[in-house]
Design a binder for this molecule. Structure first.
Ligand code: DQA
Length: 151
């Protein structure tokens, strides 16, 4: 049987991790994070698709793709978290079909008020915010538990 697939989707400006406000987002680059996710996913026998885009429509298309391809989806929609009804609508289509985890490096609820709203939050069964890059590994573990998969 083929390995279960999980999507890990990162939104705008996260390609600049390591350079961008490292005191908030950490010193790991996106390449470091992808490597760490691949290692963690492998330990559960997951196949991962790891993607980043600065464009809202790319994220919407990838969320739609998850419907037919993925068992789980981890998303850090970055700034689009707080603005995107399109991402909200796309994630709604996954309800009852693909388990969603919301990840943020920082804790947006402790920052400026415009970051307090999340259009991802209502669709996610688990949320990891403020744990830096470790949040993605925590998301993979949460998905494994949800899907009844052990290391
Ligand atoms: C972020 C938090 C968002 O508010 C911000 O726009 C980001 C990154 C985080 O990972 O902490 O770009 O999603």
């Amino acid at each position: 049987m083929s390995q279960p697939v999980i999507f890990i989707l990162l939104g705008p400006n996260l390609n600049m991790l390591g350079i961008r406000e490292p005191h908030i987002y950490g010193y790991e680059t996106i390449q470091d994070i992808e490597k760490m996710c691949r290692k963690e996913a492998e330990s559960y026998g997951f196949d991962i698709e790891f993607k980043q885009s600065n464009h809202e429509g790319d994220l919407v298309t990838w969320i739609q793709d998850a419907l037919n391809k993925a068992r789980g989806l981890i998303i850090n929609a970055a700034a689009y978290t707080h603005t995107s009804v399109a991402i909200y609508d796309a994630l709604k289509m996954l309800e009852g079909k693909v388990s969603v985890v919301e990840v943020h490096h920082s804790n947006p609820k402790e920052r400026e008020s415009f970051r307090h709203v999340s259009y991802v939050e209502p669709h996610a069964f688990a949320h990891f915010a403020g744990h830096g890059a470790r949040g993605y590994a925590m998301g993979i573990a949460a998905l494994a538990e949800r899907l009844g998969i052990e290391k």
